[in-house]
Design a protein. Structure first.
Length: 243
C-alpha cells in the first residue's frame, strides 16, 4: 500500500498543472495527462503529527524527553518555541495544499466487467472492517464518496470485512479499451486534509486510532502506460459532514 504526497497548487489551478520535485501531472487535453518521474512515498504520521502540532512526535523527540517532567521543561525553552512555530507553518501548508493516494490492488481495488445496460463499470475500492468503510489507505476519511457496502466475498471471513463499490459511467468506446487494460489501470484520489480525529478501534477495546478528515475529493481513473483518463470526477463534502 502506498501513500503519495502532493504539495502543489491551489485547487483552481489543479486541472492545469500539478508539480513537485519528483512528480508532474500536466493536463494537456480533456482526456490526457502527462505523468513523469517517480511518485513520492510519504509517511502518514508526518501529516498527522503536523496537523496535531505534535512537536515531540514530528521531530522524534520522545526518546530524548522520555518523562513528563522533561517534556514540561523543554516546552519552556526557545528551541521548543522555534520548533512549534516551524510546525505551525508546516500545518498551514498541509491544510492549503492537496494530497493524493493511489488505491491499490493490495487493498482490493478491482474493475468489474462493463454493464452495457447501465453504461458503466462497477469498481471495488477495496475491503475494510465495518468501522473503517469510509477510510482509505493509511486512515484517510473520504466520506463524500457515494459507495455501496457489501460483505467481502474475497476475504471469506463472514461479516468482518466489507467491500466498498462505486459505479463509474463510461462510454462504450472507452470501455472497450479499459476492459482489456484493467491490469494497467490506476485509481488516484486527490483531496485536501481537513484535520485529525480519533476513531474507536473495534478490534482492540480501549484503543483509538487517528484518522485524517478531508475537505475535497477528486477521483481519476487513468491508464498508467498511455496516461489516458477514463474517469475524472469531483465529490464535494456536505458542510454538515465536515469535522
Amino acid at each position: 500500500m502506498k501513500l503519495i504526497l502532493l504539495l502543489i497548487l491551489p485547487f483552481n489551478l489543479l486541472a492545469q498543472l500539478i508539480k513537485t520535485d519528483s512528480f508532474l501531472i500536466a493536463k494537456t487535453s480533456v482526456n490526457d495527462f502527462l505523468i513523469t518521474n517517480t511518485l513520492k512515498e510519504v509517511n502518514f504520521d508526518e501529516i498527522s503529527n503536523s496537523l496535531r502540532l505534535d512537536v515531540f512526535s514530528y521531530y522524534e523527540l520522545h526518546e530524548k524527553y522520555d518523562t513528563e517532567l522533561k517534556k514540561s521543561i523543554f516546552k519552556k525553552s526557545n528551541e521548543y518555541s522555534e520548533k512549534l512555530n516551524e510546525l505551525i507553518e508546516i500545518k498551514k501548508s498541509c491544510l492549503n495544499n492537496c494530497r493524493y493516494i493511489e488505491i491499490s490492488k493490495e487493498e482490493g481495488f478491482k474493475i468489474y466487467d462493463y454493464d452495457v445496460n447501465k453504461k458503466g463499470f462497477l469498481v471495488n475500492l477495496g475491503f475494510k472492517i465495518k468501522s473503517e468503510v469510509n477510510y482509505f489507505s493509511d486512515k484517510y476519511e473520504l466520506k463524500s464518496i457515494p459507495i455501496k457496502i457489501s460483505i467481502s466475498d474475497s476475504q471469506g471471513m463472514g461479516e468482518l470485512y466489507f467491500d466498498r463499490k462505486i459505479f463509474f459511467p463510461c462510454n462504450e468506446n472507452d470501455a472497450s479499451l479499459l476492459e482489456n487494460e484493467r491490469d494497467i489501470i490506476k485509481l488516484y484520489v486527490i483531496f485536501k486534509p481537513l484535520g485529525v480525529k480519533k476513531v474507536k478501534n473495534l478490534l482492540f477495546l480501549g484503543y483509538y486510532d487517528d484518522y485524517i478528515t478531508t475537505n475535497f475529493i477528486r477521483f481519476i481513473i487513468i491508464n498508467s502506460k498511455t496516461n489516458k483518463i477514463y474517469f475524472d470526477k469531483n465529490f464535494s463534502i456536505p458542510k454538515s459532514s465536515k469535522n
